[in-house]
Design a protein around this ligand. Structure first.
Ligand SMILES: NC(=O)c1ccc[n+]([C@@H]2O[C@H](COP(=O)([O-])OP(=O)(O)OC[C@H]3O[C@@H](n4cnc5c(N)ncnc54)[C@H](OP(=O)(O)O)[C@@H]3O)[C@@H](O)[C@H]2O)c1
Length: 233
């Protein structure tokens, strides 16, 4: 049994992870911004559901404090929450590197990369009190120079996942106590991926959990796919 904290757990891949990891017998805590999301997390059998908006520092601190009141340790932090520029009101025509707004790009980096980094900092004492502690960062193939650099649609999103990848590797270098791994979940049929996506939430979750179950400190600093292969940077 592991004690697992999952961000953005009220829908999509995050909620799929809650269902699966609860069924596997783990003690799961989920975060969501809305009451509806927190209800979905609790309905899936989680031990707790906490408010978290990664846009706001105070919310990140309050979330870490609330989790600390519910458990003495976290064995796994899954930084799953994320958004693209469409969620910030940008259109397909205004997302690219030659058109994008500074504020939209910075907001995506703030929410997708810096917020998860700060949450990791704030729950770090809980992680070091855990067993085989792991931080699994839901990155994307679009954060890869090799893949994302050739798909210049949403510069804020791709750049934010590149930042998340850099934070993952630097954390791995800086901290020998916790295993930091970035993972690409596939192109998934969530609200973000859309109905035409190649992979169901259930199959992505199955792959992510299989990867997660095998992770140790020896894997720190890796970037993996949901199928367990090394992803190019
Ligand atoms: N779907 C894909 O094809 C795909 C591909 C590669 C990577 N990913 C990554 O996988 C992760 C999960 O994506 P998904 O497909 O499940 O997306 P989704 O269905 O759109 O869900 C996004 C989740 O992130 C949360 N979130 C958004 N902004 C937030 C904020 N400011 N603070 C806290 N939580 C916030 C949402 O919470 P609310 O319900 O409160 O909005 C929601 O729970 C993301 O990091 C995404 O970038 C997805």
């Amino acid at each position: 049994m592991r004690r697992i904290l999952i961000t953005g757990a009220g829908r999509g891949i995050g909620l799929g992870l809650v269902h699966r990891l609860v069924a596997d017998g783990h003690q799961v805590y989920g975060t969501a911004r809305s009451e509806q999301g927190r209800s979905a997390i609790l309905a899936a059998g989680a031990a707790g559901a906490v408010d978290l908006d990664l846009e706001h520092d105070a919310s990140i601190s309050a979330c870490a404090a609330a989790i600390g009141e519910q458990t003495d340790a976290i064995d796994t932090l899954i930084n799953n929450a994320g958004m693209n520029s469409l969620a910030l009101g940008a259109s397909r025509d205004t997302q690219g590197p030659l058109q994008a707004d500074k504020s939209v790009v910075l907001k995506q980096i703030e929410i997708n990369a810096i917020g998860p980094m700060l949450l990791t900092q704030r729950v770090h004492p809980l992680l070091t009190a855990g067993t085989n502690p792991i931080v699994l960062n839901l990155s994307s193939q679009l954060g890869s120079m090799v893949v994302g650099g050739k798909l210049p649609r949403d510069v804020g999103y791709n750049a934010s996942k590149s930042v998340m990848n850099m934070v993952t590797v630097m954390s791995a270098t800086a901290d020998p106590q916790v295993s930091y791994v970035a993972i690409h979940p596939g192109w998934v049929q969530s609200d973000m991926g859309g109905p035409a996506a190649a992979v169901t939430v259930e199959d992505s979750v199955q792959g992510i959990v299989t990867v997660l179950d095998g992770l140790t400190i020896a894997d720190t600093g890796r970037f993996l796919t949901w199928e367990g292969d090394d992803h190019p940077w």
